[in-house]
Design a protein around this ligand. Structure first.
Ligand SMILES: Cc1cc2nc3c(=O)[nH]c(=O)nc-3n(C[C@H](O)[C@H](O)[C@H](O)COP(=O)(O)OP(=O)(O)OC[C@H]3O[C@@H](n4cnc5c(N)ncnc54)[C@H](O)[C@@H]3O)c2cc1C
Length: 414
């Protein structure tokens, strides 16, 4: 390292910022970590409520493709720090990980708090200085930072800065996306934040809303078209909500569905409610109604189409279709569910958009602002749930840290 340690400000105490701080401190530099909330890692701890899906065990080639349009740059970060490295790192904090039946990787106790507690304790012991209740507000070209604190404004001059301010969802946990304007103000190119892994709104009938909000729709197959025109299918489940649809299958499709909205102003979810049966098999099972049997009773008896599933079909197909055997069997194999809009960004699991990667060099330093680096969800990439979000946050934190260390050594990198 250089003869004199550098003075580095890391802003944002989520996994990306904490990991960058750890790596920079390990290289011998002074690290001050600033966090606007009263404690760090609040979104990480919230992720723990769902078992903390740290990463995924699928092969690297498939893993990298989860980052869609940004598979190439994110793949470069993952080249240096991947899912196995993340598991090994957790082991260094005495947290063993397990692979679930879906290939997702979790801490063996499915908790985030022991990991976060051990991590912060270790960072403090290593000499990272924490400054909570420090909200970053401004930066100048000399890397002088301004913070709002409970006791007024504070300035900090840094040799290098890592911003890891998170996306724009679940603002109550700290990452409120307010940084977008402040960074644009100093010339950083930022793509508007949009919800990712989010629910969508539908124009439900009062009957569906009142009787079936909260009902799961299991084992269905969704079909959707990507920007390149290719059709894809995915089996899974989702939940009907008062306003629309949410849940793992919907989250997994949120990026292409949102892109459809952005392109065409409308989006449609196509559902096969009977993925294991052909239309002809359904037609045979439907048979004829018993004497005096209502259509609803016949559909329940012959196809098991009842309750929330039937309400969904009634909301999305017209009466003539439902009453005609052929048309019904065709419709339930490709039910068109019109989507009105995404749910608000604050409800989303993560955000798309952010600091444009083409505004940064490959060590995640802003070309406009030498010595200023970015990491984590605030960068312009997105991925489905499954551990891909946290993995890329750690990997980008590692990449930015490496860039900071090289920058402070004044060694040119490529
Ligand atoms: C409910 C939920 C469950 C999730 N579960 C999973 C999961 O199981 N697996 C997975 O991979 N991902 C999951 N995620 C997503 C994952 O938690 C995030 O992608 C990840 O935390 C982002 O890390 P980050 O460090 O980039 O940002 P964050 O974790 O959001 O941290 C950013 C930090 O910056 C601070 N900050 C913001 N602005 C300022 C400012 N102006 N000044 C100072 N500090 C500031 C914030 O307070 C925050 O502490 C989940 C998300 C949610 C909401």
């Amino acid at each position: 390292m250089s003869a004199t340690p550098g003075r580095v400000a890391v802003i944002g105490g989520g996994p990306a910022g904490l990991f960058a701080a750890e790596r920079i401190r390990a290289a011998g530099h002074e690290v001050d970590l600033f966090e606007r909330m009263g404690s760090v890692g609040r979104k990480f701890l919230m992720a723990g409520k769902g078992g903390l899906n740290l990463t995924h065990s699928e092969p690297k080639a498939a893993f990298v493709q989860r980052y869609r349009e940004q598979a190439t740059p994110v793949g470069e970060w993952l080249h240096d720090f991947d899912a196995d490295d993340l598991r090994a790192w957790a082991r260094g904090l005495d947290i063993e990980t397990v692979i679930g039946s879906s290939g997702r990787v979790f801490p063996a106790d499915f908790k985030a708090a022991p990991l976060m507690r051990g991590w912060v304790r270790r960072l403090r012991a290593q000499g990272v200085r924490f400054h909570v209740h420090h909200r970053w507000t401004a930066l100048d070209s000399e890397r002088r930072l301004q913070f709002e604190t409970v006791s007024g404004h504070v300035s900090f001059a840094a040799d290098a800065v890592v911003f890891a301010l998170g996306g724009g969802s679940w603002a109550k946990l700290g990452s409120d996306g307010q940084w977008v304007d402040a960074l644009r103000h100093v010339g950083v190119r930022v793509r508007d934040l949009e919800p990712s892994n989010c629910g969508f709104e539908c124009d439900w009938s009062p009957q569906l809303r009142e009787r079936f909000a909260g009902a799961p729709i299991k084992s269905v197959c969704a079909r959707w078209q990507e920007v390149d025109g290719q059709w894809h299918t995915r089996q899974g489940e989702f939940v009907l909500t008062e306003n629309g649809v949410e849940g793992s299958l919907i989250y997994a499709l949120s990026a292409p569905l949102r892109d459809q909205f952005n392109r065409n102003g409308v989006a449609e979810l196509r559902l096969d409610l009977f993925p294991s049966q052909t239309r002809e098999q359904l037609r045979q099972r439907l048979g004829s109604p018993r004497r005096g049997e209502t259509r609803s009773k016949q559909l329940a008896r012959c196809l098991g189409l009842k309750d929330a599933r039937l309400a969904l079909v009634r909301d999305c197909a017209n009466k003539a279709t439902i009453n005609d055997d052929d048309m019904l069997c065709q419709s339930v194999k490709s039910l068109a569910v019109p989507l009105l809009r995404t749910r608000p960004i604050d409800e989303a699991i993560s955000t798309a958009g952010g600091v444009r990667l083409d505004a940064l060099d490959n060590q995640l330093m802003c070309r406009q602002l030498p010595g200023v680096f970015f990491a984590g969800e605030m960068l312009d990439w997105e991925a489905p749930t499954g551990g891909y979000l946290l993995t890329a946050c750690f990997a980008s934190g590692a990449r930015a840290a490496e860039g900071v260390v090289a920058w402070l050594q004044n060694t040119p990198y490529t």
